[in-house]
Design a binder for this molecule. Structure first.
Ligand code: ATP
Length: 245
C-alpha cells in the first residue's frame, strides 16, 4: 500500500569484530522524500549505509531489521538488494577511470541489460538532461574529470539503474562550494523524478535545506530526529552542526 516506507530499518547494530559501531539505529525513508543522516566524523554514517546496502567490509557484521519496499532484505546478497531497487553511491565515487563517460553510464544499467530489459538505456537522456556537463563530455575518459564532474557521473550512473532508493554517501565531500550548491540542486531534482533518497552528509546545513526528514547520528546512536526544518531550528543542532553558537 502507498503509505509503506521505501526503506525502514529497526534496531540495526553493526560491529567490526568485537567493537560495535552502530548501536540499534531506527530510520525510515518515505516514498518521494529525502531523508538525511547528519553527524560528525566516525559517527557510523557510512557503516549504516554499507550495512543497508549489504556492502560492509568483511570485518563487519550487521544484525537488525532492514526492509526495502516491504521486503526483509537483511542478510540478502548485494545483487538481490540491487534487483529490488537499491543503489548506493559510495563516498569513493568508484568509476572506471580509463572508460569514457558514456560507457561508465551504460555500466550503471548493466543489470537491466543482463535481465534482458530492452529499455535498459532509457535513463540516458534523463541523466544527460540533469547533467548537461556529462553530455558535453560523454567521450571524455572518466579519470580526467574534475571532482564535481566525477560526482555527477557517479550520480548519473546510479540513476541508469532506475532505483527506487538512492543512497548517497557524502556527495559534497571534497568539492568546492559552488559545485556543492550545484550537486544539492540536482539532488532536489532527483527527488522530483520520484526516487526516494537517503543522504548521508557532514555538510548539515546543505543537507537539512534539501531534506524532508533528518536524523542526527552521534557515536553510533541516533540522538535526534525530526522534520528537516525542526532540526535546522533546534539550538543543539545549530550549535553542533550549523556553525553558530
Ligand atoms: P566519516 O564521515 O568520517 O566517514 P562515518 O560517520 O561515516 O564517518 P564510519 O566510517 O561509519 O563513520 O565509522 C564508524 C566507526 O566504525 C569508526 O569508529 C570507525 O573507525 C569504525 N570503522 C569503520 N570501518 C571499519 C572497519 N572496516 N573496521 C573496523 N572499524 C571500522
Amino acid at each position: 500500500f502507498s503509505d509503506q516506507p521505501v526503506l525502514e530499518i529497526n534496531d540495526l547494530h553493526v560491529a567490526y569484530g568485537k567493537i560495535e559501531a552502530l548501536h540499534g539505529a531506527n530510520l525510515r525513508v518515505e516514498a518521494g522524500q529525502i531523508a538525511t543522516v547528519i553527524g560528525p566524523n566516525g559517527a557510523g554514517k557510512s557503516t549504516m549505509l554499507n550495512a543497508i546496502a549489504g556492502a560492509l567490509p568483511h570485518t563487519g557484521t550487521a544484525r537488525g531489521n532492514v526492509r526495502l519496499l516491504g521486503s526483509d532484505i537483511a542478510g540478502m546478497a548485494i545483487e538481490k538488494r540491487v534487483e529490488l531497487g537499491m543503489c548506493l553511491v559510495p563516498e569513493t565515487r568508484e568509476l572506471f577511470a580509463t572508460m569514457n563517460v558514456e560507457d561508465n553510464l551504460l555500466l550503471g544499467s548493466y543489470r537491466r541489460y543482463q535481465a534482458r530489459d530492452a529499455n535498459y538505456a532509457d535513463q540516458m537522456p534523463v541523466v544527460y538532461d540533469l547533467f548537461p556537463r556529462l553530455r558535453e563530455r560523454r567521450k571524455q575518459q572518466a579519470g580526467t574529470l574534475s571532482g564535481g564532474e566525477r560526482q555527477m557521473l557517479a550520480l548519473g550512473r546510479a540513476l541508469m539503474a532506475k532505483p527506487s532508493l538512492l543512497m548517497l554517501d557524502e556527495p559534497s565531500l571534497g568539492l568546492a562550494p559552488l559545485i556543492v550548491k550545484e550537486i544539492f540542486h540536482i539532488i532536489v531534482r532527483l527527488k522530483q523524478t520520484g526516487v526516494a533518497i537517503l543522504l548521508v552528509e557532514q555538510n548539515a546545513r546543505a543537507a537539512l535545506q534539501v531534506a524532508d526528514h533528518g536524523y542526527v547520528l552521534e557515536n553510533g546512536e541516533m540522538t535526534m530526529q525530526g522534520s528537516a526544518t525542526e532540526l535546522a531550528a533546534d539550538p543543539r543542532v545549530a550549535a553542533a552542526y550549523l556553525g553558530f553558537v
